[in-house]
Structure formats: structure tokens, C-alpha cells
Design a protein around this ligand. Structure first.
Ligand code: ZN
Ligand code: ZN
Length: 251
């Protein structure tokens, strides 16, 4: 046993803010942090589509109110596969954004068609809209994306592998060997048992569940329970691999 008692923490590592065009305008930093705390989460990750512009705002509020907020992004690869990318620092997430932005289609968002893309300042107040169209795919091939995230010290989860679209299984028909995923994420639509029954080949990977919340109320509807010492990327990595008595349990 480690010297310190490990902590049990419920985590929802896939949450969208109102920056994602498909997310509700109520997904503000205040709305997200209070819903996460109300729903018993000790840790969430902010994972907007192809952008990390709002991670800082949610991290600041989370730090004030006692919620760990992991900076992240849901990257769309050239294969239209969604990847949940998690980083230790906001700076690393913004570096990933610098990589992703030039590789998005060079068109502006159409708020009436796709939805608004709200940006919040460090106080959590609305501070304009992102004009880039974030909903499309970048031109980064899957394997390059995984390499870039790992190069920044981050973790990559193949998002919602049980879904019919934008998942590595739906789009490629398989999980490429040596893809380098740190975990596979199962959506809230199915349990871990149902997912492994449908896709037996996923059982060799660490499996996490997450809400993919697009409204604050959904946060925590499908959490993963972690046993960790600290709330950090390094500790999550250990827990995914059951190292040093760290553990994870998906729903
Ligand atoms: Zn997705
Ligand atoms: Zn998502």
C-alpha cells in the first residue's frame, strides 16, 4: 500500500462547452462547474470540438470551487474519427489547438446552421464567438494526431467507440494495431458489458465511460471511477493501466 491513502474520484472526461456548435448555450463555465459538483464529480475534462479556447475559463472557475478540470479537446481526424485528447496544462491544450486550427477547413462558422461557438473570458463571462468552423474534420491523419498528443505528454482516448458515426470502429471497421490509444471511451448509451459483448476485441484496452455532455445537466451521467493519489494526467495514466495500486472502473 502506498504511504498516502488513495482517493476515489468520479470523473467525466468528455464535456463540451458552448464553444462546440452542437452544445447548448447554457454550457457556460458556471453551468458546467455547478452541474459537475452537484452530480458528484471530482474531475471533468473540457473537450470541445477541435478547440481549447474555453478550457482556461472552466479551469479557473473549477479551481475556485474545488473541481479539477482537465484541459482537453475532441479532435476530429482526417478519417472523421473523434479523439478525446487530454493534457496536463492549458498551455499544452492550446499548443494542440495551434496544430489543429490551420488544418481545419478554411471556412467560417455559420451560427444559424451549425450553432453558435461562444467563448468565455477568465471570469466566465461571454466574450465573443469563435468564427472558425469547428464542426468539420481536420486533415490530421489518426496516427499523426496520436503522436502529436503524446508528444505534448497528453492522453488519447478513442471517443464513443460504440457509436455509429465518428468513432474509430464505425469509420475504420477496426482499431488499428499500434494506434497508441491510452483508452477507449464508451458512450453513456451502453454499459461496459454491452459494449464488450458487441465488440469483443475492445476488452484488451482500458475502457472509460463518459457523458459527452452537450448540456450541463448531462455531466456525470456516465462517469468513470478512479482511484488515484492526485488529480493529474500522470495519475490517470497509471490508473488506466492499474499501476501502483491506481485503478479505474467504468460504468
Ligand atoms: Zn464525438
Ligand atoms: Zn463529444
Amino acid at each position: 500500500m502506498s504511504e498516502r491513502e488513495l482517493r476515489k474520484v468520479f470523473a467525466d472526461l468528455h464535456v463540451h462547452t458552448a464553444l462546440s456548435p452542437c452544445a447548448d448555450d447554457s454550457a457556460t463555465p458556471a453551468g458546467i462547474v455547478s452541474a459537475a459538483l452537484d452530480n458528484g464529480m471530482g474531475m471533468i475534462a473540457i473537450t470541445d470540438h477541435n478547440s481549447a479556447e474555453n478550457v482556461g475559463a472552466v479551469m479557473s472557475l473549477g479551481a475556485k470551487l474545488g473541481l479539477k478540470v482537465i484541459p482537453g479537446m475532441e479532435l476530429t481526424t482526417a478519417e472523421e474519427v473523434h479523439l478525446v485528447c487530454l493534457f496536463e496544462t492549458e498551455r499544452d491544450a492550446l499548443r494542440m489547438q495551434e496544430i489543429a486550427y490551420p488544418l481545419l477547413p478554411p471556412v467560417e462558422n455559420q451560427p444559424d446552421v451549425f450553432g453558435r461557438q461562444l467563448i468565455f473570458d477568465s471570469e466566465g463571462n461571454p466574450n465573443g464567438e469563435c468564427t472558425k468552423m469547428l464542426i468539420g474534420a481536420t486533415s490530421i491523419p489518426l496516427e499523426d494526431a496520436v503522436r502529436e498528443v503524446h508528444g505534448l505528454g497528453g492522453l488519447v482516448f478513442a471517443a464513443h467507440v460504440d457509436r455509429q458515426s465518428f468513432s474509430v470502429i464505425s469509420n475504420l471497421g477496426l482499431i488499428p494495431e499500434n494506434a497508441g490509444f491510452d483508452a477507449l471511451e464508451i458512450s453513456g448509451a451502453v454499459t461496459r458489458e454491452e459494449a464488450t459483448e458487441r465488440f469483443p476485441f475492445i476488452s484488451g484496452y482500458p475502457l472509460v465511460t463518459a457523458s459527452d455532455a452537450h448540456v450541463p445537466e448531462a455531466i456525470g451521467s456516465s462517469p468513470t471511477l478512479f482511484l488515484l493519489d492526485e488529480l493529474s494526467i500522470g495519475e490517470i495514466r497509471m490508473a488506466l493501466n492499474f499501476e501502483n495500486e491506481r485503478e479505474h472502473l467504468s460504468q
